[in-house]
Design a protein. Structure first.
Length: 251
């Protein structure tokens, strides 16, 4: 993939539910490229239908080709159709909110969620992007990912989301090693205060991680017994999901 193509595609990651439309100056600021380069890249994406310009505001937003590609992907390789029932089962077993994320373009993108039926619960958006260093999903993925993907992921800034978010690569590496030993990752009060996350990796054809399946729990409900129960259900389901996606989990 050429540098120009990588730069153009990286602009798509700037759009989110909280930032659905972005002006040219803000795209340049967020991407770190000059306005002339960004304008050229946006034109290329626009010609492909991947972005479009709001004629009223002149701001850019994701184009119809993104939806078309997503529908084609799901029709030919129905990941969400396979994942959603597994998340429903995991949520029923644990009583908590569950979610699944897949690696794409140096990010973990949430593709499906099942929300707990309890009054006190963790809520997840189905389009969130999860930071590697601050979430159980991120740590579970990194612990079992291909080395080159780990290297790329750890070049990202370690943004502090709470006062207890890990601030150094040494801390992240230690947490990855622990996840590798346990087979799952646990992290608390890191991405969101009073939330404890558990996650196990999903494996691809080469037996390295391609994403993660996770459980998010209000911290006050986590006891040693609850942790053991969640960990067992999570690891069993993550291996089943790996198989249902046509892959073989490592021994």
């Amino acid at each position: 993939m050429t540098i120009a193509v990588k730069r153009a595609l990286s602009l798509l990651d700037l759009f989110s539910e909280s930032l659905p439309e972005i002006g040219l100056s803000d795209v340049a600021r967020l991407s770190g490229h000059d306005k002339a380069t960004v304008h050229r890249l946006l034109k290329t994406l626009g010609d492909a239908g991947l972005v479009e310009q709001n004629t009223s505001t002149k701001r850019y937003r994701l184009g119809p080709a993104v939806l078309h590609l997503a529908r084609r992907r799901e029709a030919t390789f129905p990941v969400v159709a396979v994942v959603q029932p597994m998340l429903d089962t995991l949520s029923e077993l644990t009583g908590e909110t569950t979610h699944c994320s897949l690696y794409s373009n140096n990010a973990l993108a949430v593709i499906a969620t099942t929300e707990s039926k309890k009054a006190s619960r963790v809520s997840m958006r189905g389009t969130e992007t999860l930071p590697f260093h601050a979430t159980a999903s991120g740590l579970a993925f990194l612990a079992f990912a291909a080395p080159e993907l780990v290297t790329r992921a750890l070049t990202q800034p370690l943004t502090a989301f709470t006062t207890t978010t890990m601030k150094s690569k040494a801390e992240v590496m230690a947490a990855m090693n622990e996840a590798r030993l346990l087979g799952y990752a646990k992290i608390e009060n890191s991405f969101e205060a009073e939330v404890c996350g558990f996650a196990a990796p999903i494996f691809g054809p080469d037996q390295s991680a391609i994403g993660a399946i996770a459980v998010a729990v209000p911290s006050h409900r986590v006891t040693p017994e609850v942790q053991d129960s969640i960990a067992k259900s999570l690891m069993d389901l993550s291996r089943d999901l790996t198989r249902k996606l046509g892959n073989t989990p490592p021994p």
